[in-house]
Design a protein around this ligand. Sequence first.
Ligand code: PEP
Length: 253
Amino acid sequence: MLVAGNWKMNLDLPAARQLTANVVTSIGKTVHTKVAICPPFVDLDATFNLLHGSEIRLGAQNMHELDSGAYTGEISAAMLKSVGCHYVILGHSERREYFGETNELIARKAQQAQKYRLIPIVCVGEMLAQRDGDRQNAVVEEQVRQSLQGISIASGSELVLAYEPVWAIGTGRTASPDQVEEMHTHIRSLLIELFGQKMGYAIDILYGGSVKSSNASELFARSNVDGGLIGGAALNAEDFASIVKSAESAAAA
Ligand code: PEP
């Protein structure tokens, strides 16, 4: 199980420090669950220092696909490594929608992340109109295949997928456990096809989209749901800790 908090464009430095300290205290030690927080770039260095001594890992929310150079405003994989990042979220639907990120670009970013030994959390998910048109499986399949072009892994722990139906992100509307399990099973079969049986099963597939302490248990109980990518609820330490607890219970069951 992996539970990762995506803080998005929230929290200045003092607030990020405070939330990190609260998250460390609230979560304590986990046995079956890896935990990560993904603060804004400017908060990474300080939050990494506060995570010292805890097993909570640090992640970034995006990065550039090239090593370095004249790309004003961008952040490289090496920079993320240098401030202690372990994960990087790539292809979040907000990046796809508001910043024009394509599957092809996301694949280049994922390759770059791997080159620097950052674990990419590659996000996929259909829009509401695509689900209403019953096209979700085809849309997500294309995103998975194209966003993972050129990726090869030596173990399932080198890659994470996150299924985030766009209509469920930040809307309070969660996909039903059946809808989630159906899509995760589809993604699992694609991962097995792309990376073989052993690694395909070992890759964590997270669900994201209005996960809260009240619905996390029923989502994490499904066999192909290996944790969650948490937006809004990750901004409150107690809520986030409660979601981590649900992951721990699901893994122990
Ligand atoms: C997200 O943006 O990754 C997300 C899942 O957000 P929320 O939990 O707020 O829906």
